[in-house]
Design a protein around this ligand. Sequence first.
Ligand code: MG
Ligand code: MG
Ligand code: MG
Length: 303
Amino acid sequence: MIQVVGHTNPDSDSICSALVAAEWLKVARGVEAVAMAQGEVTSETAFILNEAGVEAPQICNSVAGEKVWLVDYTDLSQAPAGIEEAEIVGIVDHHRLGDITTANPLEAWIWPVGCSCTILYHLHKMENIEIARPQAVLMLGAIVSDTVAFRSPTCTEKDREAAKALAEIAGLDLEDFSDRLLRVKTNLEGLSVASLVDRDLKKYPFEDQSLVVGQIEIASFEQVNDKLEALQAELAVRCETDGLKLAALMVTNISNSTTRLLFQGEWAARLEAHASEANVVVMENTLSRKKQGWPWLQAVLAV
Ligand code: MG
Ligand code: MG
Ligand code: MG
């Protein structure tokens, strides 16, 4: 049995890609496969699963001794426990190549597109495999989420083509579905300050020191105005307890593509020249951490 598993702090793409890839492996490769997740699903992913009529994957504790496919990452730091004793037989991903290595040849599909599910859609198409409605909804949901409804600079023509075709199969109006999904994505009600920081937190090694950059997506800055102080305090706590040089959080308003980057830590001084107020950099036309936030931070921190 092959385990198909997405990254830590699972987002919609890592859950939906695991579910779709497991089904695809059964049909296209004739092998037994099961989707796994490294954690509970977010409310956004629950919305997609509900629309698709599909259950959330089982939680993965260790993959030691298992055959695995990785979806939506190739970094060891984002892999499940036991990965060193697992056999990685396949990868579907749309990030820069990470530090995973394998003992045997593998099947790897890594494309510079906006979403791992876009690659899965095109694999179905290339291999003439019919897509059932549940799989179409899963892939569509992941693409709308990862590309922020096609607004992110990570979005490509292949993502748009996939979404259009998948909406048709799913019998969904693309605009209406995207609006509903973004409303769930940007709803922060009931989430604690700590869970907002953790929601989509990634660790980056830089100058041999670890730093973290999280991201939350909102529809209006009014949603977070009364939380900014508490978020800054939480970032400062992370630096203290996890020995980080910098803890940053991209607060991204998807309605006007403006990000407020909050930051704390010893390296905060390197960013101050760009700050409009203490510990906040305003970044216009910025939606993507992968293509915009992190490259900018890397360049400024290097000075
Ligand atoms: Mg992801
Ligand atoms: Mg993704
Ligand atoms: Mg993401």
